[in-house]
Design a protein around this ligand. Sequence first.
Ligand code: G6P
Length: 613
Amino acid sequence: MCGIVGYIGKREAYPILIKGLHRLEYRGYDSAGIALIHEGNLKVYKAKGKVSELEQYAEQKDVSGTIGIAHTRWATHGEPTQHNAHPHYSQSEELAIIHNGIIENYSLLKEGLISEGYTFQSETDTEVLVQLIEFMKKSNGTDLSTAVQLALNQVVGAYAIAVLDRHNPDLIVAARKGSPLVIGIGEDEYFIGSDATPIIEYTNRVSYIGDEEIVTIERGAPLKIRTIGNIEKTPRFQKLEMTLNQLEKGGYPHFMLKEIFEQPHTLGDCMRGRVNVDADNITLAGFIDNRDKFLNARRIIITACGTSWHAAQIGMYAIEEYARIPVEVEYSSEFRYRKPVIHKDDIVIAISQSGETADTLAAVELAKKEGAFIFGICNVVGSSIPRNTHSGCYTHVGPEIGVASTKAFTAQVTVLTMLAILIGKEKGTISRDEYLTLIRELNLIPDKVGEILKKNDLIAQYAKTFTYAGNCIYLGRGYNFPVALEGALKLKEISYIHAEGYPAAEMKHGPIALISHEMPVIVIATQSDTYEKVTSNIQEIKARKGRIISVVTEGDKVVSELSDFSVAVPPTLPCLTPLLSVIPLQLLAYHIAVVKGCDVDQPRNLAKSVTVE
Ligand code: G6P
């Protein structure tokens, strides 16, 4: 969702804010804006489009000031236009606000403010909030921090906000509920970010602001935190592990390609200290601490959204196969509203790259209230979901910047597979031999991914042939069915080609009607128990003149001969196949999008971290 950044200190704020916006642009990129206080003036500059358009717009303006806030938007209320862009002024233009989230009761609040004589320049819910803060400040004669507190007490919704007051050039008041907010602490300076990416360049000492907390950030003074209910809190500080290198493209044309190519390393990082081939064991701290809960679980429910939901599907296959515990996979957005039956001996696993997805966070809260044990699988260290779960396991792939998830997906699958094997071993549902084979094969996966990446140029060639397509079908069975869903999602997200994934055998129940010479069908046909059946499906497609791209196992003859194009992946165990078969599909989607001239890292209408419902 939207990215927010702020600075107060001795340096010029503008370059820091602009750089921060670029780093946060993956969160939203339909308009951007900046507010600075300098010599008694509160200046706001905004532009429709990307941060670079804001830079062009601000080129001729006075951008001095050592205090400022800035925003890159993913529109919720009101179109992406200059006047709907943040920051928003209050009526008197004495206050300016940036906001990430949604004020759900904004129309009610707006009516009240209109009756008090307030007028509005935009269609946003955010402008309502800044007007409300001003109204509270003026009508109660309070300082900014108290006015923010009074206003937030009337607000229903989710927010991370930062507010400037023209009369106080030494102060930023920020607050959060539901949407993330982190403060970086430098020497006599503070940085604000939706996440740590705009901060890491300057300091690695941060404080994550908790839900319903308001933070007063004052030049030359320690941070002050109190809750919306007016309880004072002691700020908690921690050290960031992230490095600046991880936030750069490192010579790749896009973050997505860089992240696809990082997978041999990120999978190694994800398994480091967990999969130990020499000692023949797998350890997961989050499991060991809660061993009995896992062994006695009646059922596991996995909840997630988007790509993480696809990883969850693969996890379901692995946990049921090896741990013999029934698993249900739920979209978080459905789970949170459908009054699910949750037992105290159920385990709920929440998967989220960002750790901030609003629906998954709400699903966690719901399951917690019902008494279930909650285990998080997240990538962003210190994000909201890991802080709200009982235990969990980080994926440790470093920042994922490309909006289309790649390296986070393979690591999520790896964590779920490790968990399945571990529970299976402890429960005795897999034999010692199976356990050892799984460990050894898992350990070989990073190198095998490296082998597949060598076929990048070949896949780039194939991609050129398929850019004409308006629709694509992806087919897979067993562990490769969720991979088909993920391949289709990748293509949709970044190339805007309509694509659907199906279990291969379902094709004859409908999708086959779509097959013609214009329809590319991407079939994952690696060696498995259902290889012959998938081969028959391919024959059916051929008979209807469909064009076939297949992902096969090295040495394959039958399917590759039937296919127009084929990419071979090294052999592995069926449960580990997704970690290999997804790689050509990531590359295929990437290259098709590049040839089509699409914005790969920031596809239209999407955002990396969806912190609103
Ligand atoms: C957004 C992103 C997807 C991601 C989904 C879930 O839609 O664009 O790439 O899979 O959110 O995100 P999470 O951070 O919870 O994994």
